[in-house]
Design a protein around this ligand. Sequence first.
Ligand code: TLP
Length: 339
Amino acid sequence: MIDLRSDTVTLPTEAMRKAIYEAELGDDVYGHDPTVNRLQELAADLLGKEEAMLVPSGTMGNQIAILTHTSPGTEVILEADSHIYYYEAAAASVFAGIQPRPLPGKRGSLSADLVEWAIREDDIHLPPTSLICLENTHNRAGGTVVPLEDMQAVYQVALKHNLPVHLDGARIFNAAVASGVPVKDYAACTTSVQFCLSKGLGAPVGSIIAGTHQFIEEARRWRKRLGGGMRQAGIIAAAGIVALETMVERLAEDHANARLLAEGLAKIKGIEFNPEDVDTNIVIVKPTTMSIRQLGEELEKRGILTVAIEPDRIRFTTNKEVNRADIETTLQQVKDLLG
Ligand code: TLP
């Protein structure tokens, strides 16, 4: 199978499996797992944050950040197509009791002016704004890199209004590799960051959240409440360390494969799509001569897995399990079906 459903389908490398086998372990709920501690220090250092914490998933990381920054009855500003709003099963409403305030973005980026406009005045009719969430790269916008200047502008607004900014940086290393902007610079315009070890970086499980010492102290309590306190979690962290130390630059290969796919797809008649929209490893297109459902099924019969992300849009996500030849095969199959 050529699995282009997501970069979450990536399997641990040999080096990861070896590191897992050899990991020095302890009980992380006591803070006594040396491998977890090593990963957390490495992650905090990469992000330029005081402290970092391992969590089981990106979703839990985002939700812990929301729970830590907000209180029930407040409002969270986020992009209308963001993962937190779209794909986390309304967790922020269920657990944090917040009201989301979705705003339209441009290629996933929120304008600082719009954010400032949406911040609530002090009025008993209105829910106080408690948090601004950003996403980089932006998944549903097509893996787009949110420009650093846009993030800086939103951060300035947040500082002015004394509000925290949480970054869903599930794929922040993709943004960094594609733009040449260090992850530290993106993280510098946030109060907290979540990133995933288990996507393009190839680790089997785990995400990191990072922020100040005080933020992580409180976040640790939320992780425990949610049942995310893990014991010999060094098993997970060991692969995470290999991911951060050896798998970041490799993301450029996924980006090159996505570009090859994008340029090939753009030449196929039955597809509406601008290849210039592709910044990283996600390619989202709209076929015009076949339904998404039928296209997905036909591709699957030919050994190619994709996901429908709208009734009329299909997503291809390049990842380390897929090589250039697989992309060429995919292009040929799509061409045969639609061309
Ligand atoms: N994204 C998954 C699905 O949930 C849609 C994917 O296949 O792309 N933030 C962003 C921007 C994400 O794309 C994802 C996962 C998450 C958070 C959640 O991470 P996990 O899956 O670890 O909970």
